[in-house]
Each structure stands twice: as structure tokens, then as C-alpha cells.
Write a protein that binds this ligand. Structure first.
Ligand code: ZN
Ligand code: ZN
Length: 363
């Protein structure tokens, strides 16, 4: 038995309860969880923006120690330190072969087939699903090996946890998609866990101007600490006009990291002619926003970015190396550590904008 934070039907409060796991499939790994970050995507399940079958274990940004491996697993052994990443390319489809596992079309390969027992279940035998095929807010994770990346024993688990979502999403957008160059100007709308990592990535890439936009003075302070050169409090001024003024006519790259139609439109308005706005924020699938025809004439582009176009086993070791060299600040990202029993308060603090990243730490 293992303790987990379970989201049941008809409630927005997680219950801490004992659950059980079933025997491993050949390519699965059992991980003893040591830390799991709280992400807005998890919160979107709680608030109903993302519909998921319940009972459900949230959490997809975890780090831990391998406890047991399935019969076909050769890349991991008990005792290995690992992080989870929800980008689980099947390894066999055309997109995976092209190095684009975030666009994998063979997702079924990393899940249990219909008719198989669930990976985890309640004590009275009801199947439990794990968010993003991970389910990290549990003392034990059962996961396909393709959702794991080995890290060195020198990375503290509470810092390692955030590599799997906040860091890969933010830095991946900068390095894998926007390809920010030294001297470029950047605007970032939304300074939560992902937005702060876009800011860090832009700093590491050598951007000369990094404009952070948020409604929270505390978030803007955090943005400055992680590399923002200018800040705009969007509750006090017109963010688009401010960015246009500060950058002298628009930025080279504008990143929307909130997930709202209005801010996606603002990102496009903030970028310079011929440049690109990137939407990282998660919106409900039927949300719509409009694009001024003028922007096509001015050569602007709008690009959606899925999970930083991450290739987990290429990018996460790179980011660990950036951390070792003092370039990537993970410590400054984790502003609250809490036990699993306090997970509801952790989500409350996250939704209230009180934390850069809150991380649940397991004994
Ligand atoms: Zn996430
Ligand atoms: Zn694939």
C-alpha cells in the first residue's frame, strides 16, 4: 500500500488515502517518489478546465528513486535517481523518429491496454488513473520507462522534480522552438513556474532585453531575480503599449504563458513586425481568439508550443548541466516545500500566486 492524493468525483479537494499497485508490465518501472511539483495543469483538473476520469492522482513533475523494474527494462536499475517527464514518446512513430516526441502519435504504447488491470487502484478495487500518465502525488509511481530520465545523485530531489515540466516547458520554448539569440529582445506574459523558466532560458541564451509582465508585484520581483531586465505590472498600465515603448517597436519573441485568449492576442501585438508570438499557456480546447489581419501583412507569426518541444533524454541532462554550472537557478524556483498532507493548501497557494513553485516532499 502507498499513500496518495486522490481526486474523487464531485469535489475539488484531494483526499490523502492508501491505494494499491498491481504487478509491473515488462516496460514499467516502480519509483519511490521523493518530490513532486504542483503545476497549473494539475490545478486545471481540479477546477474542471481539463476533464479527467476520477478517481485520479494528480502530479506529473516528480523525482524519485527506482524501486523495481519490469522484465524488459534495461536502461534503469533499482537505486537510480530519476525524474518523470510526461513527454513519453513511443520511440517508434514517425514523429519520434524525427526527434519530436511531444508530437508522438503512438501514445497508447506507454499506457496499459484496455482490459489490463489498472496500474493503481483504490482499496475497494476501483481503478485509479494518473495525471499525464504519471500520477506523481503518490508515495509510489508506476510509469512506463519512456517517461523517465536518469539524473545524477548530486541533484537534490526537490529541485530535480521541477525539471520534468516547468523547466523543460520554459527552457524548451526558448532553446528548441524560438531559438533565442544573444542580443534578442523577449517579452514574457505570466511569471508562474513556466514563465520564470522562459525568463531564465532567455537570460542563459543571452537575450539583451527580457520584459516580464504579470499582475503580481511579487511575481515581478521573482522575475527580476531570475533575469528579467524590465517589468510591467499589467494591472497598472497597458501591457502592449508598455512593451512597445520599452522595446522600441516590439520584441523579437513574445511568450504567452498564462493560457488566456486575451493574453495570446496581446503577445501577437507585442512582437515586432516579422517576429513571432508563442503560446505556451494551456487553454480549454474550445477557447478561441482572433488575429488582426494587419499582422499577417506585417509578417508576424503565431506559434503554439507543446511542452517546449522537449526531447526529455536530450534536454533534461543539458539542463542539469546548466544547473551544475550555475546558469540555471532551480533553488530560486522552489519557494515552498510541503508534505503530502498539505497538498490542498499547496494548490491554494499556487492558485493565489503566492509561490514560484510549490513542491511536495516525501519522506
Ligand atoms: Zn506541468
Ligand atoms: Zn512516437
Amino acid at each position: 500500500m502507498t499513500r496518495a492524493a486522490v481526486l474523487h468525483e464531485g469535489t475539488d479537494v484531494l483526499t490523502i488515502e492508501e491505494i494499491t499497485s498491481t504487478p509491473l508490465d515488462p516496460r514499467e518501472v516502480r519509483v519511490r517518489t521523493k518530490a513532486c511539483g504542483l503545476c497549473h495543469s494539475d490545478y486545471h483538473v481540479i477546477d474542471g478546465t481539463l476533464a479527467r476520469p476520477r478517481p485520479h492522482v494528480l502530479g506529473h513533475e516528480a523525482a524519485g528513486i527506482v524501486a523495481e523494474v519490469g522484465s524488459q527494462v534495461t536502461a534503469f536499475a533499482p537505486g537510480d535517481h530519476v525524474v518523470t517527464c510526461l513527454v513519453m514518446g513511443c520511440g517508434d512513430c514517425k514523429r519520434c523518429a524525427q526527434g519530436q516526441p511531444t508530437l508522438c502519435t503512438g501514445g497508447a504504447a506507454t499506457k496499459r491496454a484496455a482490459g489490463e488491470p489498472p496500474r493503481q487502484q483504490t482499496l475497494d478495487g476501483r481503478p485509479i488513473t494518473g495525471f499525464a500518465n504519471v500520477g506523481g502525488l503518490s508515495e509510489e509511481i508506476v510509469i512506463d520507462e519512456r517517461g523517465l530520465v536518469a539524473i545524477g545523485d548530486d541533484v537534490p530531489m526537490d529541485l530535480a522534480a521541477i525539471l520534468g515540466c516547468a523547466v523543460v516547458t520554459g527552457l524548451g520554448a526558448v532553446f528548441n522552438v524560438a531559438d533565442v539569440q544573444p542580443g534578442d529582445s523577449v517579452a514574457v506574459i505570466g511569471c508562474g513556474g513556466v514563465g520564470l523558466n522562459v525568463i531564465q532560458g532567455a537570460r542563459i541564451a543571452g537575450a539583451s532585453q527580457i520584459i516580464a509582465i504579470d499582475l503580481s508585484p511579487a511575481k515581478l520581483e521573482a522575475a527580476k531575480a531570475l533575469g528579467a531586465t524590465d517589468t510591467v505590472d499589467a494591472s497598472q498600465s497597458d501591457a502592449v503599449a508598455e512593451v512597445q515603448r520599452l522595446s522600441g517597436g516590439g520584441v523579437d519573441h513574445a511568450f504567452e504563458v498564462i493560457g488566456r485568449p486575451a493574453t495570446a492576442e496581446q503577445a501577437l501585438a507585442m512582437c515586432a513586425n516579422g517576429r513571432t508570438a508563442y503560446v505556451l499557456g494551456v487553454m480549454s480546447d474550445d477557447a478561441e481568439f482572433s488575429v488582426r489581419a494587419e499582422y499577417t501583412k506585417r509578417g508576424k507569426s503565431l506559434r503554439g508550443v507543446m511542452m517546449g518541444a522537449t526531447r526529455p533524454r536530450v534536454d533534461i541532462p543539458r539542463y542539469v548541466e546548466m544547473w551544475r554550472r550555475g546558469q540555471l537557478d532551480l533553488d530560486g524556483m522552489v519557494s515552498r516545500r510541503l508534505p503530502l498532507d498539505d497538498v490542498n493548501d499547496g494548490f491554494r497557494a499556487m492558485a493565489a500566486g503566492e509561490v514560484n513553485r510549490a513542491v511536495v516532499v516525501f519522506p
